[in-house]
Structure formats: structure tokens, C-alpha cells
Write a protein that binds this ligand. Sequence first.
Ligand code: PA5
Ligand code: NI
Length: 194
Amino acid sequence: MKELMEPIRTLVDFRRGVVNPDRVIERKTSDMQGMYVDELALKKLLSQGNPFIYQIREVNIPQETGHIIYSTTIIYPGKVGQEYFMTKGHFHAKEGTAEIYFCLEGEGYLLMQTRQGRVSAIHMKPGVLGYIPPYWGHRTINTGNKEFVFLTLFPGDAGHNYQIIQKCGFAKIMVEEDGRAVLKDNPKYTPLNG
Ligand code: PA5
Ligand code: NI
């Protein structure tokens, strides 16, 4: 039998996420190159100090079957051109694994997409739980004017595959139009088998 793991107590602040994470991953504008439609706007942001786009606060959980990994993500408010700040987005390496996103603060969208290009979006606000079924790639977008914070829980053996999104992008983008968040076709999207 494997050695027994000790239970963990984690304090989660609704506004700042996991209070004492084992690991903090920061993603800056420079980490998002090629992901936004407006390349010039991205370059401009880079020259204006390369601001942080989002931060992941992780707790050390074994990346193994049977475990549930959890972390919080904070997406800062802002835009690259007309497109809102967002995560890179990914499929799970083990694609038949699901995930739960639970919004703690702020507002935004959980955008999901299948390998075949089917898209679904859930509007997130505090108290909303989004269930990402197996085989759906996912990205989150901050459409509000303050930090968008959510808790994520997923199987220990799910893993992350960023390559598909890096290569194809998402079929839809979330842009501001007349002060409102609007989901539009992504002119840079290249379908996986297209
Ligand atoms: O596992 C998840 O789906 C989340 O914890 C994300 O990793 C997090 O929100 C950051 O997004 P991404 O991994 O696409 O950069
Ligand atoms: Ni995920």
C-alpha cells in the first residue's frame, strides 16, 4: 500500500484566492504573444511595462489518479486592443477528464471549445459554478472592471496541453463593443483539421 498522505487545510480568500500557495505562476503580456488578434496593441502593452495578465496560486497535490488538484486564478482587468485579458487556455493532456470552475469574485466568461470547434460560454459571477465536461478545451476571460477570481478543481492525472490552442486559437474572441462584452468569430482561428 502507498504511504498515507496527511489531510491539508487551505485558506481561500474570495478576493485574493489561495492565501498561502505552494507555488505562484504569473503570466505577463509577453507570455500571451500570438494569442490576441491585435498584435500592435499587444506590442504597445509590452512597451508600456509588460503588465501582468493573470496569476495562478497552486497547492501541492500529487499529479496522480485519485487526487483532486485545486488552485485559484486571478485575471486582472484590462484589454489588448478590444479583447479582454484572458488565460492562455488549454485542453487536458488526458482529454477525458472534467474540471470545475467556481467564481469567487468579479465577473467574466468561461469559454469552452471542442476539438471539432464547437463553442460554449458560461457567464461567471460570484457563486456560479461552471462544469467543464471531458474533451472541452477551456479559457477564462475577465470582462469586468475589477479582478476576476475563481477556484478550479480537476483530477490529479488530467495534465495540461497548451499546444492545440497555441496552434489553432479559439473559434471565438470576447471583445468590448459600446461598453459591452460581445462574443465574436476569431479571424485568426485555424480549425484543427482545416
Ligand atoms: O487547470 C485549470 O484549468 C486552471 O487552473 C488554469 O490552469 C488556470 O486558470 C490558468 O489557465 P491556463 O492554464 O490556460 O493558463
Ligand atoms: Ni483545465
